[in-house]
Design a protein around this ligand. Sequence first.
Ligand SMILES: Nc1ncnc2c1ncn2[C@@H]1O[C@H](COP(=O)(O)OP(=O)(O)OP(=O)(O)O)[C@@H](O)[C@H]1O
Ligand SMILES: [Mg+2]
Length: 568
Amino acid sequence: MLNPKRVAWLFIFLVIQVVSMLAIPTISAEIIDNGVATGDIDYIIKYGLIMIAIAFFGFASAISAVYLSSTESQAVGAKLREQLFDQILNFTNEEIDQFGTSTLMTRTTSDVLQIQQVLVMALRFLIMDPLRILVAATLAFTREPKLAFVFLIIVPILLFFIVIILRKVNPLFRSIQIKTDRLNRIFREGLTGIRVIRAFNREEYEEERFDEANEDYAQTSIAAHIYMSFLDPLMILLTSATSIMIIWFGAQYISVGEMAVGNLVAFTSYSFNILMGIMMLSMIITMIPRMQVAIERVYQILDAQNQIVDTDRPATLDAYGKEVSLAFNHVDFRYPGAEKLALKDIDFSLKDGEKIAIIGGTGAGKSTLANLILRLYDIESGSIKINGLDIKHVTQHDLREMIGFATQNALLFSGTIRENLKYGNEEATDEELWHALEVAQGADFVSNLSDGLDSRVEQGGANFSGGQRQRLSIARALATDAKILVFDDSFSALDFRTDAQLRKALEPETEDKAVIIIAQRISTVVDADQILVLDKGELAGKGTHEELKASNEVYQEIIESQMKGEDI
Ligand SMILES: Nc1ncnc2c1ncn2[C@@H]1O[C@H](COP(=O)(O)OP(=O)(O)OP(=O)(O)O)[C@@H](O)[C@H]1O
Ligand SMILES: [Mg+2]
């Protein structure tokens, strides 16, 4: 995922940075010994200028390295987010149910961010620090082997403290990640559920729940950072101790003429680089497991096998042919992981010009049946055929192009009414959209809006009433010009009159289409060619209104319950 060319450049810049970082003390040592000690001004100026040039190169390389490592890690983050979004869009309902939307969100946002943050550090310090330690140690040992024993004392002490601190801190950081998940979930629920929370007067409860999670998160972060804050003073302490030791022993060597003064200066600087390098390197190394957790969480999504796949050699489905037929043949279906069948032995068929209605109590399996037509889930046994072709043998794209679907919760997207109506058919003209609205009984209220088709739709269609949303979603399905139309409880929020008008307007539109109307109200289904009565996932009856009214118990019960309602 990284760009090898840019990483190669990054490597080069880092090498230059390390070389310049360590060349400067080395040259200083030379200047002190050969220039200052002998009073050779020319020498001082010459090497002083070289030092400035090297410092400049080091500075420029450091900036380039920071630039490259940040842009690279940003690019990786952007790429990951894009892949995640593509993958999630292709998820079947089953996979979305499995993960849950909350964690899909946190993984796409904060886990990717985590990877990005560690990567930006790792790209620089994982390359730079080993190099820095190696070069500094080599220089230190070759220039003054007599002082090298200082490291044998200081480095183990440094490592000892680093290990202790990081062992405390790492589990804390890992739990911070889990606590972020929790905080996000509560926050999200609070946002989306704000109306319910108000209606039930649960603000205080939700606030407490949030405060508790927030406090927990804050305490863990504080604890982690308290431990981390020991690192700085520890470094100061140890580098000072090292300097003192070097000066102490160095002065003795110098006084007996066994060591040059310049080396003392250079050696102090090398030792600082070694200690600093060790500290940064250990920090990065311990950050990697945190990144690994995030990578795992992200790749669980990316590697998830899509359960519903197209066959290798799909049959072609003529979306715009003259005729159309849909058949369920003894279909059994069970939600993933569920014990009971959600639909059992469903058997019916319809063709163009026909209208089938599905009626049944809540939870009977009506929406489930509608989802199966779109192949949002795969069935357990039996078959579903369109134009005689098993829907498993055609591509999902072709299949869904055949179907105009108005979902139960009439979801709209933020944008304009026009954008929403054109969602299933980008080529639809304004005229066609108005016609669809006309049929859906929505033309009146849309033309009364000051901006007509250009009126804004808020997220989820929040600025429209339930009935208006339903009519827009019906119009959206009609605008597709699909051969099979499925209305999942789409008339429920309409008053009886609008419901009747809509069905009447639909008649001439659907002469060459197959129509499935799902409803709870008897009045919505009376004029259907065939009515399916669903009861607890099973087909309790099939026939016209008259037939069912005369002989079907479940249907009679439904009629009765609604008659009572009318009496009131
Ligand atoms: N994603 C899901 N995972 C597991 N079970 C589900 C899922 N969706 C629905 N069910 C179950 O399947 C059954 C049928 O649900 P379905 O949504 O099809 O009912 P429905 O007839 O459309 O009801 P309503 O009239 O209330 O819309 C219910 O018992 C429900 O609990
Ligand atoms: Mg439903």
